[in-house]
Design a protein around this ligand. Sequence first.
Ligand SMILES: NC(=O)C1=CN([C@@H]2O[C@H](COP(=O)(O)OP(=O)(O)OC[C@H]3O[C@@H](n4cnc5c(N)ncnc54)[C@H](OP(=O)(O)O)[C@@H]3O)[C@@H](O)[C@H]2O)C=CC1
Ligand SMILES: N[C@@H](CCC(=O)OP(=O)(O)O)C(=O)O
Length: 414
Amino acid sequence: MSELMEKARILNQTTKSLQKQSAAAKNDALLLIADELRRNQDYILQENSLDIEGGKLANWSPSLFDRLLLTQERIQQIIEGLIQLVELNDPIGETIESWNRPNGLSIQSIRVPLGVVGMVYEARPNVTVDAAALCLKTGNCVLLRGSSSAIHTNRALVHIMKQALSKSKISPHAIELLEDTSHETAEELFRLNGYLDVLIPRGGASLIQNVIQKATVPVLETGVGNCHMFIDETASFHMACDIVLNAKMQRPSVCNSVETVLIHQNWPHTRPFIEFLHQHHIEIRGDEVLSSMFPYVKTATEWDWENEFLAPILAAKIVDDTNHAVFHIDQYGTMHSEAIISETQEHVDQFLQEVDAAVVYHNASTRFTDGEQFGFGAEIGISTQKLHARGPMGLKALTTTKSIVKGTGQIRES
Ligand SMILES: NC(=O)C1=CN([C@@H]2O[C@H](COP(=O)(O)OP(=O)(O)OC[C@H]3O[C@@H](n4cnc5c(N)ncnc54)[C@H](OP(=O)(O)O)[C@@H]3O)[C@@H](O)[C@H]2O)C=CC1
Ligand SMILES: N[C@@H](CCC(=O)OP(=O)(O)O)C(=O)O
């Protein structure tokens, strides 16, 4: 039997026992994982350096290195995410609503686990732990299929998490890592109906397109983040500088960083703003107005409006008004995170209402589109689709509902 089938079968056999665990037992397991990660930091960093060395030989992009690299600080953040998850309420068993019918039936809708989650994800090792922890807390078993570029790190992390689980009431088989990282095997996973209840692809456009075309398992889709920031005519100069710098430079490689600024034609601070970005080593690719104003602003191509740079590069365009900004976002946005900086309430209301995205912001950085920042402890991905869940997906997105109907012998007559 292939590794994939064997692990899928084991996960399936583990779901029932996991679903019976109490909130306390699941929280204890998460705390044991946090402890074990803390004690094994050197081992994790050593395995991570093997992946990083492999990347140097393969000439990876800076954004891939940034995703993959672990440091003591990043391991600490992973551990803190686990502690936050422990502190959150267990959604399983929660009553969402209940009502009575005229015939005396009582109906109660409660949250239940999805079952077995299949996760195909990018080379960010924190996702290995975040996904496993979110799934455990919601009573879901998880099949982790991380990037081949992160295989040493992922093996170490899953080994450590299984060791922790072996000291808990939860079976170590609630988490399995698929070590065969070929794309062909990933595609088999997309079609594991009967073994997987949901598939969550987390990554770039090529992964998502492949999943949409080939998956037969229900998919909770994430998506790329071609995020925009509209600087309205009344925007504060200092606020615009602070927010755009943060949204572009705090972590340029991630999906919630900003890729294009749209500047209102009457904003009085365009010149010092562009100079500010240049001083902060941001490469600017502008429309014809901006590229003729500044020698260092390159002319943007169609590609620049359409794609994520995932690097210290920003596209910039002068727009007529809010309508024009919304029109540009409709054309090029990926329905991830979109922001307006403005002091004009009418424009703010129009932008927040008309822009169709998972998260829309007023006077804040798009970098907040993140499970931990939303108060969810972590996220399993950021959904840019509309069904089941949208935006950062935390514990509740990993549940479904069950209706419990209680009667006293009622039968249906019509
Ligand atoms: N909305 C969200 O939640 C998120 C969005 N993103 C977006 O993801 C992108 C970054 O991810 P990136 O580094 O490009 O990761 P990729 O999309 O290249 O890879 C993600 C995972 O999918 C696998 N994979 C890639 N292509 C295929 C395929 N055709 N068939 C089967 N498996 C495949 C990869 O395996 P292998 O590496 O082994 O080839 C990896 O495990 C950015 O665009 C970012 O915005 C990222 C994370 C979250
Ligand atoms: N959670 C992230 C954002 C979502 C994410 O995973 O993005 P990406 O780095 O593109 O995989 C963060 O802001 O830290």
